[in-house]
Design a protein around this ligand. Structure first.
Ligand SMILES: [Zn+2]
Length: 269
């Protein structure tokens, strides 16, 4: 028994000495930035050696917090726009609705969020949903705080837009500066925004609208993890409204989000 313990201790010592040498520094620090974004695509490489097993244990699935925007009604009382700011904004707006379908945005957002959850899970990510029903009486600030505390790596807010009847295509909203987020999260957020918008534009076949860079979004200002607002399309456009409410187009958006998230994790930073 004692001999076994000593042997085990020696083994552990050897392993602990070997481990830092066997695992490349970048991979040890951020094991999922390389080929397999969610840590599930190349299990073979991780099973051959002890170092590989250690690396596999470290390969926690990347987690994406998906927030379907709005809920069945808005909350008109106010909350602070940003940490350290005295400016306030309505806690939650009610969102738009489809000009041809008449469907409220919160329902469309949830349908797209659910399609996105399915696609992300299939790609090996862990997904946390802000809401699974149309009842979620949390303010924008509370929603972001929930995402911050969830342990997720990224926070993607799903919305649909309103504008002219001819407006079309996706759009992403990112912060205008690092003022409320700090430069590290700010840079990551901008990178996430550009990865997502180019992938969703490609998957839907629609040209992306110019990215909105603004410090006037409560949802983004309170973030401690990269948080972007993705406007999937315009419900004020009769044909795009019908597309946004069709399962096939929702799948295209979801596929674009997965590609954008993959691209984000594969880049070194
Ligand atoms: Zn919205």
């Amino acid at each position: 028994m004692k001999k076994l313990c000593v042997t085990a201790a020696v083994c552990l010592l050897i392993l602990s000495l070997l481990a830092p040498v066997s695992i490349p520094a970048a991979a040890a620090e951020n094991p999922q930035t390389a080929e397999s974004p969610a840590g599930t695509e190349n299990p073979q490489a991780a099973t051959n050696t002890n170092a590989g097993q250690n690396a596999k244990k470290k390969k926690k699935k990347k987690t994406i917090f998906i927030a379907a925007g709005h809920q069945e009604r808005g909350i008109s009382s106010r909350e602070r726009l940003a940490p350290g700011s005295s400016a306030t904004k309505a806690k939650l707006t009610s969102g738009t609705s489809g000009v041809s379908t008449g469907i409220p945005e919160y329902k469309t957002n949830l349908a797209i969020a659910k399609a996105t959850r399915k696609a992300l899970r299939k790609a090996g990510y862990k997904v946390i949903m802000l809401r699974n029903t149309n009842k979620c009486p949390l303010s924008n600030q509370q929603r972001t705080k929930k995402a911050n505390k969830s342990g997720a790596d990224l926070h993607i807010c799903i919305h649909c837009n309103a504008g002219s009847s001819g407006a079309r295509g996706p759009l992403v909203i990112v912060p205008a500066s690092s003022r409320y987020l700090g430069s590290k999260i700010y840079k990551k957020t901008c990178r996430l925004g550009s990865s997502l918008i180019s992938a969703v534009s490609k998957s839907t076949g629609k040209r992306a609208n110019a990215t909105i860079r603004s410090n006037y979004y409560t949802t983004i200002n309170w973030a401690k993890i990269p948080t972007v607002i993705l406007e999937c399309g315009f419900m004020s456009n009769p044909s795009e409204d019908r597309q946004l409410n069709s399962a096939s187009y929702q799948k295209k958006i979801a596929a674009g989000i997965v590609k954008g998230v993959n691209k984000y994790f594969k880049k070194k930073y």
